[in-house]
Design a protein. Structure first.
Length: 617
């Protein structure tokens, strides 16, 4: 070759070939193939071109382009590399460099994949304008061509599809440059803006990240372990890694719309038991399309970069109670709250299915709690003490000889006063403590009787507020006596205050008008439809509007006048978005208004006249 075009950033190799064909002036595509590869039978492969060694050997003298550079920056192999093994990756590179091109798709399992290859090339109209300004011409971007990418990750524009299929067998030796497609009008402008813009933006951005960073293979087993760990944190897998499939599939389908999953060829039926998701999360035997990895990452609230980092620094393991060592919570021990426990046995609660951690200290103290831990302070909580241990018993016997109350002992040992009594092995000491408890009961009974005499008109709730500590002690240790000697409830003696419904109706009607105006004029940036529920929430009177409206005729009439139908709301949305766009552009394009308004297809058609009146095509 006398000349080969300069390769632009994010350009697919196919695009450079098409520009070479155009600039060479040749009308014979097979002659272009022979110029490039020295072989007229090489296919114009889009995703994974081969014969790259032959191509580099035929480059103009002085060219420093290598096959490895072409593969890394201008083919789609980097998109698959993190999800295949190192050995398979090296094999793929050798195949693409050599002349054994057809086997590349077999090595990746693409023929058997239910995610079919995009048959047409796509482009972003804003990228076209920028590329012409920077480089003098437009070209096919690599990041726009992958399956599942329908918008530009930079400009958020819907990608436009060309009408020429590179997958057609008649075109397998042909090259179509983007400029020639634009010149001939060989494209269709599809304004089918999905309501899942955030999901599509995530797929477009993550696809670009994977393509343009040299990520190495992560290993299918380590990827699976990462997914399981994240599912455990979401409560969709138990502590041993067993997945709750019914809950997972329901939650996954709820995260995405059925239409989007069908469009991405990744819908999972509720009763299906051998889907791509099962293959991804079970023992990995086959590779899975990267698009489906990205869908699962979006569901888990993760990004590919974060997964790559966590797997690279170490094998991700689900630890519902954090990493050890854990603190000993034996108040009787000198090492109280010191992190010296090395063993945490994790089981599952039979009712809640939540993990339960059992912590055993060398001092004999054993306690458990339910998880998973949410904050650092959870490490210092006890659910249940299973064994107090010898050190705790020794401390109990020591303080039992001291002149302190049972409650003080309980506070010192970190337990209930009944636990103190039941754990005293010396009966003589127990008898002394029981006598002490009886004495304390008599004193507290007298205090309660005195409190009643001083507050004869007070209810038991009011007496409790006066001396809460006394009430709690009697409730715990002398429950029956407390109930027998407390004031009885007076039923039906307190007259109910009648409601002035006419006054309430008049006042509420005014409040509804004000609330409706606040909703319409809100400065949060998010448009909110005026509904009865929204007004009720703002006024804190939701039950009144739904249950007592028959007693509020003026309020009902006011609600009917201010509540918006869906059609009215969409009309207001279009008007406001039009005003916002006209602040920066005198003329508003249809696709800009539709995207800014977030309109679905059915609303686009029903508001066609309004859209046409304020926009240009």
């Amino acid at each position: 070759m006398i000349n080969f075009p300069f390769l632009f950033p994010d350009e697919i190799l196919y695009s450079a070939f098409s520009r070479y064909h155009r600039d060479s002036g040749s009308e014979n595509h097979k002659q272009t193939v022979e110029d490039l590869f020295g072989n007229r039978n090489v296919c114009a492969s889009l995703l994974l071109p081969s014969h790259l060694r032959a191509l580099c050997d035929r480059m103009p003298i002085g060219s420093k382009i290598t096959p490895e550079e072409l593969i890394a920056n201008h083919t789609f192999l980097p998109y698959y590399q993190p999800f295949i093994s190192d050995s398979r990756n090296k094999e793929m590179i050798e195949i693409m460099i050599s002349e054994n091109g057809p086997t590349t798709y077999m090595q990746l399992g693409r023929p058997a994949s239910t995610v079919k290859i995009e048959e047409v090339l796509k482009f972003c109209p804003t990228c076209v304008e920028q590329d012409r300004d920077l480089y003098g011409e437009a070209y096919w971007h690599r990041s726009h061509q992958m399956e599942g990418v329908y918008i530009c990750h930079i400009h958020r524009n819907p990608l436009i599809c060309s009408t020429s299929s590179h997958a057609n067998r008649r075109n397998k030796h042909m090259f179509f440059s983007l400029e020639s497609i634009l010149k001939d009008g060989g494209y269709r402008e599809d304004l089918n803006q999905s309501d899942s813009l955030d999901i599509q933006m995530f797929l477009a951005e993550q696809t670009y990240v994977i393509l343009n960073n040299k990520f190495t293979s992560l290993g299918l087993h380590r990827i699976k372990d990462f997914y399981i760990m994240k599912l455990q944190r979401l409560g969709l897998a138990n502590h041993s890694g067993r997945i709750r499939w019914t809950d997972l599939i329901c939650a996954f389908n709820h995260c995405f719309s059925n239409g989007l999953l069908l469009e991405l060829q990744s819908y999972i039926g509720p009763s299906q038991e051998d889907t791509w998701l099962h293959k991804l999360l079970r023992k990995p035997r086959v590779t899975c399309h990267p698009l489906r990895h990205l869908l699962l990452l979006y569901f888990l609230g993760e990004t590919f970069e974060n997964m790559y980092y966590e797997i690279s620094v170490g094998n991700p393991v689900y630890e519902p109670f954090g990493t050890g060592p854990w603190p000993c919570l034996n108040k009787a021990a000198s090492h109280y709250k010191d992190s010296i426990i090395q063993i945490c046995e994790v089981t599952r609660d039979s009712k809640t299915r939540q993990p339960v951690g059992t912590f055993s200290c060398s001092c004999g103290f054993v306690y458990s709690r339910k998880g998973p831990d949410q904050v650092l302070d959870d490490r210092y909580k006890i659910g249940r003490v299973k064994n107090f241990g010898e050190e705790w018993d020794r401390k109990l016997r020591i303080i039992a000889q001291q002149d302190i109350s049972i409650r003080e002992m309980a506070r010192t040992l970190g337990c209930d006063s009944k636990t103190v009594i039941s754990n005293l092995a010396n009966k003589e000491i127990s008898a002394e403590i029981i006598i002490e408890l009886d004495q304390e009961k008599m004193i507290n009974r007298e205090r309660w009787a005195e409190l009643k005499r001083d507050n004869r008109q007070s209810s038991v709730t009011e007496l409790r507020k006066i001396d809460q500590a006394l009430y709690i002690w009697l409730y715990r240790h002398d429950n029956k006596w407390l109930f027998e000697n407390s004031p009885k409830k007076n039923k039906g003696n307190t007259p109910k205050e009648r409601v002035n419904w006419e006054k309430r109706d008049h006042q509420l009607a005014k409040e509804i008008q004000i609330a409706a105006e606040e909703i319409k004029n809100g400065n949060t940036g998010k448009l909110i439809r005026v509904t009865k529920s929204e007004i009720g929430r703002r006024l804190g009177k939701l039950p009144l509007l739904f249950n007592m409206l028959h007693k509020l005729p003026e309020t009902s009439k006011q609600l009917d006048s201010v509540v918006e139908s869906v059609e009215e709301f969409q009309t207001r949305r279009i008007e406001l978005r039009t005003l916002e766009l006209k602040k920066t552009n005198t003329l508003v394009k249809q696709w800009e208004l539709i995207r800014a308004s977030g309109l679905r297809r059915n609303f686009i058609e029903s508001h066609r006249e309004q859209i046409d009146a304020v926009t240009i095509r």
